[in-house]
Design a protein around this ligand. Structure first.
Ligand code: CA
Length: 512
């Protein structure tokens, strides 16, 4: 009996093969798409369920170009370029894909979208804000970005303070820098955690040196020190803003007074895990979703409340600075010049902009990760209360959902659904007019200008980091050093960098 089935199956497959033998082999190949995609150490996995779903919907077979061991995206990408053996679709940093496109390695998608991608076309037509980011400097589209959902969620971080400690001492929510100084002083001097020691650390921040510097000085009204910004369409550099110097002086003053964590630059990414469960951290600037989740500490620390507060009023017209989201993380995908069937590739890419495609990338698989309730996808307990204790994002990314790379638009509902009410309060507070500083839009540069900018900014940023740390920690004095610092970054070429960014910004404003 077994044998018969085997023969039958063999016969059937022979027949099928013969049935399309005329151009069968090439036809089969035409339905295959190889994709290069490595994100945050995760190479595309052929078994990811949302890609299985896309295969089913589009009648294609996809294959990951990178092997499971290719966890370093830069290395894997450079390896592919060196091998000259490209995948059909490449997902990577958009500026790199545009460079590859200008060198002839990627296909311009403009006509393909026009003819074969009704969903992408519709998205471009309906979203002028996102459309601009799709065009490279020469007007060609080489990559479709992964887009955020700024209408619903344009902010990600803000200030948090121990509101239970404020209540304990009858203090109201601080709105100004003086009220905050008073509150943090009281926390420390009057033993907010009640252990008999002056161990409360005031302001703490999380991250490597770069992130820690930005989060700390943002409290005092400084923009992130590596960024450019525009006022009345004129571009300038963060540290050249007079408010920047004032913010550093305030930070230095508070550090000296013991209102900033002594280990502010050395705690690293685990800072919250060190100072919140030990009941010593008073205030921070950090992401809403993850920071708000520490309120579950109330189980161990009775009354524990770490709530978002509005940006502080530093002085007239100056508030604490947090930077809003941009339209895209500048990651996306396009079609390589080696693609055997660009038409099939663009149709496959178009699916992700269909209602089903977008929902799948955002919410995973219906019935498993979400259910439709009143017409909207609502996460199941597998995502929100995972039995193995995995976080929502991890559960989703294990099937490829919410993994950046594909051209697709995020739906911020996904983040709202797994954020607690405290995080949502933060979103609302900082989405109010004037409470969040929006970054410059995504600017396009020629590969030559990108190189020039990198060459100037590496020493500028290094110089700035060194000085900022010395100033804040009190190793040297801001006023004494300021002119020397400014001269050094001028020598590094900050003036030329500003001109290059201005050029990019003027170009951005010139396109529809
Ligand atoms: Ca204490």
């Amino acid at each position: 009996m077994k044998k018969k089935i085997a023969i039958g199956a063999l016969l059937l497959s022979t027949l099928m093969f013969n049935g399309c033998s005329k151009d069968g082999d090439s036809k089969e190949n035409e339905k295959n798409l190889s994709i290069f995609l490595v994100f945050n150490g995760m190479p595309l996995n052929n078994e990811w369920k949302i890609y299985k779903k896309a295969e089913e919907a589009m009648g294609v077979k996809i294959k990951s170009y990178a092997s499971k061991n290719n966890t370093d995206s830069t290395q894997a990408y450079n390896l592919m370029l060196a091998s000259n053996d490209f995948s059909d679709i490449i997902a990577y940093r958009v500026p790199d894909l545009e460079k590859l496109g200008s060198d002839g390695g990627m296909i311009a998608l403009n006509d393909l979208i026009d003819k074969h991608a009704p969903n992408i076309k519709k998205f471009i037509e309906e979203n002028p804000k996102y459309r601009k980011d799709m065009y490279s400097l020469d007007g060609k589209i080489y990559a479709i970005p992964t887009y955020y959902d700024l209408e619903k969620l344009s902010v990600s971080s803000g200030l948090f303070i121990r509101t239970d400690w404020l209540k304990k001492f009858g203090l109201s929510i601080p709105k100004t820098i003086d009220e905050t100084e008073n509150a943090l002083t009281v926390f420390k001097e009057q033993d907010a955690n009640g252990n008999g020691r002056k161990d409360e650390v005031g302001i703490f921040v999380r991250g490597n040196i770069q992130a820690a510097l930005n989060n700390l000085t943002g409290v005092f009204g400084a923009r992130p020190y590596k960024t450019f910004y525009a006022e009345n369409d004129k571009v300038t550099f963060a540290t050249l803003d007079p408010n920047f110097k004032d913010a550093i002086k305030l930070a230095a003053d508070w550090y000296k007074k013991g209102l900033i964590d002594r280990e502010v630059f050395t705690r690293g990414w685990g800072a919250r895990d060190t100072v919140l469960p030990t009941n010593i951290g008073g205030m921070t600037l950090d992401w809403f979703g993850s920071t708000a989740s520490y309120n579950s500490l109330t189980a161990q620390i009775p009354g524990f409340e770490f709530y978002p507060i509005e940006p502080l009023e530093i002085k007239n017209g100056v508030k604490s600075v947090t930077i809003g989201r941009n339209t895209t993380p500048e990651i996306g995908w396009g079609i390589s010049a080696a693609a055997k069937n660009p038409e099939l590739a663009i149709k496959f890419m178009d699916w992700w902009f269909s209602e089903e495609g977008r929902r799948t990338w955002n919410f995973g698989i219906e019935g498993e990760h979400y259910q439709i309730v009143d017409g909207n996808p609502i996460f199941t307990d597998l995502v929100l209360k995972n039995p193995d204790g995995k976080g929502p994002l991890k559960v989703l990314q294990e099937v490829g959902a919410q993994v950046s790379g594909p051209g697709v638009q995020q739906n911020a509902d996904y983040e709202y659904q797994y954020s607690n009410n405290i995080a949502k309060q933060g979103f609302e507070m900082y989405m109010k007019d004037g409470n969040t500083t929006m970054p410059l839009p995504i600017l396009k540069y020629s590969p030559k200008d990108i190189k020039k900018l990198e060459k100037i900014m590496a020493p500028v940023n290094q110089t700035t980091e060194e000085y900022m740390q010395k100033w804040i920690l009190g190793v040297s004095n801001v006023d004494d050093d300021w002119d020397t610092y400014i001269n050094r970054i001028k020598q590094n070429g900050i003036g030329d960098a500003i001109e290059l960014v201005q050029k990019g910004y003027t170009h951005y404003n010139s396109i529809d």
